[in-house]
Design a protein around this ligand. Structure first.
Ligand code: NOJ
Length: 892
């Protein structure tokens, strides 16, 4: 009986531990030395009305040369004659304010680089970001004014304070609350003389957290903290990755948002716990302005938010230089644009990567892959890429194929290629010990090291492994060679890559990652570079693919990412679950990624862990078609759920949803093109277009969004049993929104609610839009290349509509292109284009809604239903005006 009870308890424990995040593996702020100390300092200061900050700018130190201000911040220590100096620099980069503060540190002859890490910017920024020479400076004994564009910043010396004005309005005060804290270099022995009365010494020289006790903290405390007081901003966004709401929450008395890239097993929703990637960009928006705070730091970080009329953001990082960029603009789009000038925009993806991706852990062998592929054709469901997880390699030794099950990969690629399909395979950064790749990594000195500067060995999927150190420039040529040999023949052109586990995930490491005192190239501690580790890895892969095929756009999916990752990879939100709440949260997560310049984002359709019901899976596909990166994936223990396996009616609903994605590919591609030029979101939150609405409700809409600038508004159903949806955006607009369920217009204007049966993908089309669609079924996007377009036109209240279409060869870097603009009004349609791509764009049909004039009188178009004002016209008979560009009537 007793045995029975303990068995039950054990089972209960197993069951509950199976379905809950192991949050005890991750440090809370309270447990994490630097966060604990910075929060404590902030609290003490807040409680002390007589507090005088020990930090000031030395007025004599200031020099202004080549549009760069240089000076010194002095920290006065409690012992009256002792102070520490921190050199700082201020400049305007493009149109943004850039601040960087370092410390002159003495070498203590250790193996570890004792300087503050200052290369985050080199990974995050694009090359050649210019200092703006137009900025004007005005200095007196107490402050300097910097003016640029419509902005002015006053830098006060004592207390140190930076006040930002936009068109004369105060928008931001940095260090308003005097939370500035720089833990300067000191030894354990003389620590007492270096600590301010408001500080605590918690975990300054050791770490008492469960798995981190071996952390030697060789450089002692080094953290930095600073507050940003946002004047008139209560709506804050960004700082992914968290499984949380779009609008950032107040963290007073709760866990701050943490940025620390980790392999978080079975993550929970509504959580500030860290996840796989981090982008330290926070965006604040109100009716008049938008403001970006880009904290250029790749160490473990926490962000405390007090959300009110004037919100406060307290940013804390474990080490590194104190560097940030302030971006101010009229709108969120402007912030995206400026951020894109600094860190680069998303690369225009290879068109095929915008199609549907079919993944699971794992397809068993080549036969399985090809069977799945042909099943899609049998059921007439399009897909572009099939994926292989870790089991394809011989014993998880990446860059090999399991000879028994994947003996002839070139053949598999060739067969897939016949129908325009691609294969994506996984290559992780942990390399199993005891085979030629890891041997070479060790012998060529390319591995991450432990705190004694010896090769670091840890555990991951293959068992004992070493980690390639992609911070080392020498790793690149080695990595290039590996890819060249692996992707040996021309058939491998349709091979895409998946870089997973690159946080890095280490099964036996602290917080499931590498020890912070591990060492990288340059003897930098892992502590300093942790959050950009994943970026260095997928960037190395990108460069290897370019090295192999210099003209083709590579496709890489990464799990871990940082600011700048958008240039070379797509991301997904990792290991979610087959539950409704994960479907729901995926939308704000993907939107947040879009807000911070990383639009190529998606979530595992269907949920990674578990087995979704037919209804959940159907709704997930219907939502998933909107993810810029659209992939279904499932855990090795989950049941097979390829769309054709579903019973009807689910199968046909899922098929329709996937087909709808393909019909909309021209819109996705055009939106990505726009994003690649301007950093604009592909999935655009509603507040982007209606931020000046008097109704504050616009700021927390997180379940509906626009597809780029196309005018398509979507609201996926994420509630079990729901049969209708209510859109919020139309009430902020003066325009009509037309019902567009399943991509079909009926001519009806939306009011209040839209029916959303399980067969329906609810969507609206804003008056004033022209949407180019490709409506014919093909097996893959490549086979749709020459298909004609259907234009869906929703006229605005003035009887006008505009839209764009971007076309190029879909796969080359620097391909020729044509960007078409359509304008439709009473007179007919006018077309203009830029770009020289010699490709005829044929339009087979124009469908018009919202016309209060009789189109059949201006054209011989066929009016199918006068009452509902839907008109279908044959473009050959529709008046066409040709604007600039090379289009001719023959192209229609
Ligand atoms: C973790 C990834 O998040 C998941 O998608 C993948 O299937 C497993 N690693 C196995 O590679």
């Amino acid at each position: 009986m007793q045995l029975h009870t303990s068995l039950v308890i054990a089972i209960l424990f197993l069951v509950s531990s199976c379905f809950a995040v192991k949050d005890y593996l991750f440090k809370s702020c309270e447990q994490n030395g630097f966060c604990h100390r910075n929060r404590h300092y902030a609290k003490e200061i807040t409680l002390d009305p007589n507090f005088i900050s020990p930090y000031s700018v030395s007025p004599e130190s200031i020099s202004i040369e080549d549009s760069i201000i240089k000076g010194i911040v002095v920290k006065q220590l409690p012992h009256i004659d002792t102070s520490v100096e921190f050199p700082f620099e201020v400049s305007i980069l493009c149109n943004s304010f850039h601040f960087k503060l370092d410390e002159n540190r003495e070498s203590k002859q250790q193996v570890v680089n004792h300087q503050r890490y200052n290369e985050t910017v080199e990974w995050a920024f694009v090359d050649g970001v210019d200092t703006n020479r137009e900025a004007k400076f005005n200095k007196d004994e107490r402050s300097i004014d910097v003016s640029y564009g419509h902005n002015k910043v006053t830098i006060e010396f004592h207390p140190v304070k930076l006040t930002f004005f936009h068109r004369g309005n105060e928008v931001l005060v940095v260090n308003d609350k005097q939370f500035l804290n720089i833990e300067h270099q000191r030894s354990k022995e003389d620590n007492e003389d270096n600590v301010l009365p408001q500080e605590t010494t918690f975990n300054m020289f050791s770490d008492n957290f469960a798995d981190s006790k071996n952390d030697k903290l060789p450089l002692g405390p080094e953290s930095i903290g600073l507050d940003f007081n946002l004047k008139g901003f209560s709506n804050l966004y960004g700082i992914p990755e968290h499984a949380d709401s779009l609008l950032l929450k107040d963290t007073s008395g709760r866990e701050p948002y943490r940025l620390y890239n980790v392999d978080i097993f079975e993550y929970e929703t509504d959580s500030r716990l860290p996840m796989y990637g981090s982008i330290p960009l926070l965006m604040a928006v109100n009716a008049h302005e938008a403001l970006g705070i880009f904290w250029v730091n790749s160490a473990d970080s926490y962000i405390d938010i007090t959300r009110q009329q004037d919100s406060t953001v307290h940013w804390m990082s474990e080490n590194g230089v104190l560097e940030f960029v302030i971006i101010i603009g009229e709108s969120p789009q402007k912030v995206n644009e400026e951020y894109g000038k600094l860190t680069g925009n998303v690369q225009l993806p290879i068109l095929a990567s915008l199609g549907y991706h079919q993944c699971r852990w794992n397809y068993n062998d080549i036969k399985d892959v090809l069977e799945v592929s042909s099943k899609f054709d049998e059921f007439e469901i399009p897909y572009d890429t099939i994926w292989l997880d870790i089991e394809y390699a011989d014993n998880k030794k990446y860059f090999t194929w399991d000879s028994e099950n994947f003996g002839d990969p070139a053949h598999m690629l060739k067969v897939l290629n016949r129908t325009g399909r691609n294969l994506a395979v996984i290559i992780d950064p942990h390399i199993k010990t005891g085979y030629e790749v890891s041997d070479a990594i060790v012998s060529q000195n390319l591995a991450m090291k432990n705190n004694e500067n010896e090769v670091y060995y840890g555990h991951c999927w293959p068992g004992e492994s070493v980690w390639i150190d992609t911070l080392n420039p020498k790793s690149q040529s080695f990595w290039n060679e590996l890819h060249k040999t692996f992707m040996i023949s021309d058939e491998h052109k349709n091979l895409f890559l998946w870089n997973d586990m690159n946080e890095p995930s280490v099964f036996n490491g602290p917080e499931t990652s590498a020890p912070k005192d591990n060492l990288h190239y340059g003897q930098w501690e892992h502590r300093s570079i942790h959050n950009l580790n994943g970026l260095t890895y997928h960037e190395a892969t990108y460069k290897s693919l370019i090295d192999r095929l210099p003209t083709q756009r590579p496709f890489i999916l990464t799990r871990s990412y940082f600011a700048g990752s958008q240039r070379t990879a797509a991301m997904w939100t990792g290991d979610n679950m087959s539950k409704w709440e994960y479907l729901k949260i995926s939308i704000p997560m993907v939107l947040t990624s879009n807000i911070v310049g990383m639009p190529f984002a998606g979530a595992d359709v269907g949920g990674f862990f578990g087995n979704p019901s037919g209804e959940l899976l159907t709704r997930w596909y219907q939502a998933g078609i909107w993810y810029p990166f659209f992939r279904a994936h499932a855990h090795i223990d989950s049941r097979r759920r390829e769309p054709y396996l579903l019973g009807d009616p689910f199968r046909s609903y899922v098929k329709d949803a996937i087909r709808l994605r393909y019909k909309l590919l021209p819109v996705f591609y055009t939106s990505f093109h726009q994003a690649s030029l301007t950093g604009a979101p592909v999935l655009k939150p509603v507040f982007y277009d209606y931020k000046d609405s008097t109704d504050d409700g616009v700021y927390d809409i997180e379940d509906e969004f626009f597809l780029g600038n196309s005018g398509i508004l979507a609201k996926p159903v994420t509630d079990e049993g729901a049969k209708q949806v209510s859109f919020a955006a139309p009430k902020f607009s003066n325009e009509n929104f037309f019902e567009f369920t399943n991509g079909i217009v009926s001519g009806k204007v939306y009011h209040d609610r839209l029916s959303a049966e399980l067969s329906d993908v609810p969507m609206l089309l804003k008056g004033g839009s022209v949407v180019p669609m490709k409506n014919r079924y093909r097996r893959s996007s490549r086979l749709m290349r020459h298909d004609p377009y259907t234009l869906v036109v929703a006229l605005d209240k003035n009887g006008r509509a505009t839209g764009n279409l971007y076309v190029d060869d879909g796969e080359s870097l620097n391909s020729e292109y044509k960007l078409l603009t359509f304008i439709v009004d009473k007179e007919g349609i006018s077309l203009s284009s830029t770009g020289d791509y010699a490709f005829s764009v044929s339009i087979e049909k124009i469908i018009i809604v919202g016309a209060d004039f009789a189109i059949d009188t201006v054209s011989s178009g066929r009016v199918i239903s006068e009452s509902e004002k839907i008109t279908i016209v044959d473009p050959k008979e529709f008046p066409v005006k040709f604007g600039k560009g090379s289009l001719s009537h023959d192209e229609l």
